[in-house]
Design a binder for this molecule. Sequence first.
Ligand code: GRF
Length: 201
Amino acid sequence: MRTKIAVLVSGGGTNLQALLDAEAAGSIPDGEIKLVLSNKADAFALERAKKAGVATAVITRKAAGSKEAFEQMIHQTLLDNQIEMIILAGFMCILSQSFTEKWPGRILNIHPSLIPAFCGEGFYGLKVHEEALKRGVKVTGATVHIVNEIPDGGPILLQKAVDILPDDTPEILQRRVMEQAEWILLPKAAELVAKQISEEK
Ligand code: GRF
């Protein structure tokens, strides 16, 4: 039985697209993307899901009224859809310990640096690449890790290095890290964990 996966998104969804394309190509044989859930009603990632025929849900922090209610609504929606594994793909909310401890070893996140560099509180999106360029590192990359209560602090699953070039801007570097690392690592990690979960059943 394939592991039922939910992908949580907030933005453009290029990592979601990499997952959808990998599943369609048969590269995630032990997993099935059953739900795409966003905290932003206008996330383009939701269009990508609909185009791929995947169910979507929108749960906003505002509508929920509090962080606790927001996380409880997400948790219940995942249970209602028999979800067994969660992938954070450009999801911009930090999930509290009371949420992550309900899904031990079952939540993956893609971070656009080689953790432990350029990660933790406040390090997301373009800022990660701005800081790498400011520091003058010659190599960066992406990391897929298990999510726990520490932002970007869970066990590391996969990493891939990407060269920084002399004329890189944050935008150029972000794109290269996505193309050469994120979009390759996330489907691989998804299959690794989905297979492990399906073998536990
Ligand atoms: C990406 O840089 C990813 O590393 C980070 O969120 C950004 C947006 O990704 N987690 P996407 O295009 O919405 O997948």
